[in-house]
Design a protein around this ligand. Sequence first.
Ligand code: ADP
Ligand code: MG
Length: 370
Amino acid sequence: MPVHDSTIADSASPVLVRFEQVYKTYDERSWVVDDLYLDIRQGEFLSLLGPSGSGKTTTLMMLAGFDAPDRGRILMDGKDISGLAAYKRDMGVVFQSYALFPHMTVAQNVAFPLNLRKVPAAETRVRVQEALALARLEGFEERRPGQLSGGQQQRVALARALVYRPRILLMDEPLGALDKALREHMQLELKAIHKQLGITFVYVTHDQDEAMTMSDRVAVFNDGKIAQIDQPQHLYTRPATRFVANFLGETNLLEGTLLSREANRACIRLDDGGLMLDAPCADKGLATDERAALAIRPENLRLAMPGEAAIAAQVIDSIFHGAHCKLRLRMAMGNELAMTYNPGSLGRPAPASGESVQLALPPEHLMILR
Ligand code: ADP
Ligand code: MG
C-alpha cells in the first residue's frame, strides 16, 4: 500500500487541541465519553470513526463548545478552553442536517456569521464571494435553501462555516444524507478544500471507507473510548484489537491459545488443526496460556503448495465479484473463513463448492489479537 503523502508533515505538526482525561455522562450512570485522551494536530484531517452511539458527536460537541465535559480538560494551544463559549473558539461547524435559515438567500446565510461579528459590509461581500467560490456556489447567491438540492444545501453550510476563516472545521456526518455517487464526489472536494486551506479538519463518520479515503489520521471510537488512532493504512494493516480489525474491513480470526510471548511477538497454537505460528502481537497485556486469535485479511489467505504448513478447509461457495473472487470456507471445527483473490491468479481452476483445500498463512500478514 502506498504511504500517505502527509505522513511526515503530520507527525511533526504541533498539537493544536488536546483532550485530557475527558469524561461525559448524560444520565449519571454510564460514561458516554470515558477517559478520553486525544491530540489533534495543527493542519491535519482527523476523522472520528465508530459505530452509532460510540461518543463521536458528544466529543465533537465538547470541542465546539456546545457541551461541556463533566471531568477533564480540553486545551487549545495549551490553554484550557473547557469553559470558553462556542463563538469564541474560532471553529466552524457543519452538521448532517444543514441547519440553514430557510427565509434567507444563500448569500445571506453565508454572511450570517460575519454579521454576528459586525464585520463591515464591503469586507463581508468579499469574504462571502470567496467562501461561495470555495464551495463552488457561484451563481446561487440569490436562491433560497428550498430551491437547492441536498448537496447544494450542504455546500452552503460549508461556505457558512468557512466564511469567518476558522482555525478548525468540525463536521458531523455532513454527507450522510447524500446518495453514494454525490457523497464520493464531495469526499474528494472536501479533501481538496482541506489541502487548499491548510486548516485543521475534524470529521465525524460511521463510514470506514469515507474515513480511510479522506483522513490523515483516524481515531476509531468504541464505547466512549478511542480503540486506536493512526494513519488509515496502519489501522488496516496493524489493527490493535479485534474491534478495529473488524470495523475496518473484514478479518478472519482463527482462535487459539498463546504458547509464549516476547516483546512484540508471540506464538499461538490454533484450536483447529493445532498449527503453531509465530506472529506480531502488539497487545502488551496478552500473556502465555491466554486465549487469543490469529488474524489474517481475506486478501492475504492463499491456497497452499504441496508440503507447506497449512490449515484444512472446505469450500462453502465460490463467488465471482468481477474485479475479485471470493471463497467462503469452513474449517474442521466449524469456523468460517473468507478468502479473496484476483481471477486468474490461482494458477488452477477455482475450487468448487464442497471441495477440500489447504490454506497457507503467509507469515508477513499475520497478527495476534486478544
Ligand atoms: P455517536 O455520535 O458516536 O453516534 P453520540 O455521542 O451521539 O454517539 O452518543 C453517545 C451516547 O450518548 C449514545 O448512547 C446516546 O444515546 C447518548 N446521548 C447522546 N446525546 C444525548 C443527550 N443529549 N441526552 C442523553 N443521551 C445522549
Ligand atoms: Mg453522531
